[in-house]
Ligand binder design. Structure first.
Ligand SMILES: Nc1ncnc2c1ncn2[C@@H]1O[C@H](COP(=O)(O)OP(=O)(O)OP(=O)(O)O)[C@@H](O)[C@H]1O
Length: 232
């Protein structure tokens, strides 16, 4: 689904990602792991075209070279992105926030919106409420709903469980499992919580100091890897 080869990224003179080679398999639920500051968000932002990569290739869904495309074109191609911190518009209503996700969509908005309301009934209930007045969990559902509007083939989520109550974290996990099972959606998720990763992910990838150091099926994530690369 997604193949990254030889990717390097710099913030000014600071070399952040080093020679990243990584494949995300179609239909997988892959958890990108690593301690704080290891480059997980930066890698996702390179994939989305939100920060430039200095070198390397990023190919999507049978070979389209993403690096030639703008961030909007990457989204239209079938990559949904739920950024860290959710980035919803706090002054806009739930409905307006969702409609922002529909710009450039050819399908009738009502159809796309109805699908999202079926997945997240709470959003339909709170259509007129301002985004900023929603709870953290509701905002996260809004951010995921907005990303799902374009019916992506790949959904990328950056720490969706940060600052959210445990019952909603569980619901988000259930949602990822359900979407993956029912629609075959490929999911790439940055998540630091090990129990969540073990429950929801099928595969893991680990970044350590900007390098891709370990990968495999989630069942192969050993205590030694956790101790070496993940525990603080
Ligand atoms: N806009 C930026 N300008 C300069 N340096 C940055 C910028 N964003 C991130 N960095 C630095 O790049 C490195 C990787 O950060 P990144 O946010 O990608 O890591 P992360 O693994 O996602 O961490 P976290 O779990 O804390 O979000 C860190 O050293 C960080 O301080």
């Amino acid at each position: 689904m997604l193949t990254i080869k030889g990717l390097n990224q710099f913030y000014g003179g600071s070399h952040t990602l080093w020679d990243i080679d990584m494949r995300i398999e179609t239909g997988s639920r892959t958890c990108l792991m690593g301690r704080n500051g290891m480059g997980k968000t930066t890698l996702l932002r390179c994939v989305m075209g939100l920060v430039p990569a200095a070198t390397g290739e990023i190919s999507f869904d049978g070979g389209t070279d993403l690096r030639k495309l703008s961030a909007d074109q990457r989204a239209s191609l079938g990559i949904g992105f739920v950024p860290q911190g959710r980035e919803i518009f706090s002054q806009l209503s739930v409905e307006e926030n969702l409609r922002m996700g529909l710009i450039a969509k050819r399908e009738r908005p009502a159809d796309a919106l109805d699908r999202v309301y079926a997945t997240f009934p709470i959003l339909k209930q709170f259509l007129r409420r301002r985004g900023g007045d929603l709870s953290g969990g509701q905002q996260q559902q809004l951010a995921i709903g907005r990303a799902l509007l374009l019916q992506p083939k790949l959904l990328i989520l950056d720490e969706p469980c940060e600052g959210i109550q445990p019952n909603i974290v569980h619901e988000i996990g259930d949602l990822i499992l359900r979407l993956n099972e029912e629609t075959g959606l490929t999911v790439l998720i940055v998540e630091q919580k090990l129990p969540f990763a073990r429950r929801v992910a099928s595969d893991f990838r680990i970044l350590d100091k900007g390098r891709h150091v370990a990968q495999g099926p989630i069942g192969d994530l050993s205590d030694e890897m956790v101790r070496h690369h993940l525990t603080v």
